[in-house]
Ligand binder design. Structure first.
Ligand code: DX5
Ligand code: ZN
Length: 233
């Protein structure tokens, strides 16, 4: 365990209450949230539409919180410039949608922002091995991309452990993000497996009836306790 790793919460804004956006963004700022996870869906790569560049602009310019942009779209190469406007942010692509993901990841970094890949449940960690030098973050999809509120897919926790093994031998240090059904029950095993950035959606802080600030503090305590336990080892 690399005890110097940062553990981060990345709230999934597709799950937020859209009638209370400003109030929720104020809470994120007050609670010093590191990233805002923004799922961009085009109705092609996934059978759903969600948020767009204007939404990113509004949220970023109001809160100044870096964006963790998750492109679940075909032809991501056409939109990198649009999403490169947000400093200190990260743009993640699904490498299986593009013929030359190395070139696209290099282009994202050339725009001065961080690059990431989101690994669909069917892909193995070995298949993304040669992308390691070009990514700052690897997102393990623990549900099928496209919708909030789904259940953890069998075998995805094991997949996180396998990813840690190939990263350890590679010498690269990308963050490992876990995206999908990061619930209070699943979070401990996702932490143990090696995740360090967690997409918080309807399974935790945006769960119906949960107070957002309390949910964030509960989530952060689990991360802090885990990190604290790591230093005792
Ligand atoms: C799934 C999305 C996730 C999802 C996470 O395609 O990428 O961000 O919203 O939230 P829950 O906790 O509902 O799985
Ligand atoms: Zn996502």
């Amino acid at each position: 365990m690399d005890i110097n790793r940062e553990y981060r919460i990345s709230p999934s804004l597709m799950c937020m209450d859209f009638l209370e956006i400003k109030k929720q963004l104020d809470i994120f700022v007050e609670e010093k949230i590191d990233y805002l996870h923004i799922d961009i869906m085009d109705g092609h790569y996934v059978p759903n539409f969600t948020l767009g560049v204007d939404f990113c602009n509004t949220v970023y310019s109001y809160s100044n919180i870096p964006l963790d942009i998750h492109l679940m779209i075909d032809n991501p190469e056409n939109f990198i410039d649009d999403f490169s406007l947000f400093k200190n942010s990260i743009v993640s692509i699904h490498p299986d949608v593009y013929h030359h993901p190395v070139a696209l990841l290099q282009k994202i970094r050339d725009r001065g922002i961080k690059s990431g890949i989101a690994v669909d449940p069917y892909l193995t960690v070995e298949q993304i091995y040669y992308l390691l030098p070009y990514v700052d973050q690897i997102t393990i999809m623990t549900v099928n991309p496209g919708y909030a509120g789904q259940r953890l897919i069998e075998g995805m926790i094991e997949k996180i452990k396998k990813l840690v093994l190939i990263i350890d031998e590679s010498g690269y240090r990308p963050d490992i993000e876990v995206d999908g059904n990061v619930s209070w029950e699943n979070l401990p095993s996702m932490l143990e497996a090696g995740g360090n950035v967690f997409v918080a959606g309807t399974s935790s802080i945006f769960k119906r009836g949960t107070d957002l600030r309390e949910g964030i503090r509960r989530f952060r305590k689990i991360l802090d306790d885990f990190k604290g336990g790591a230093t005792e080892v």
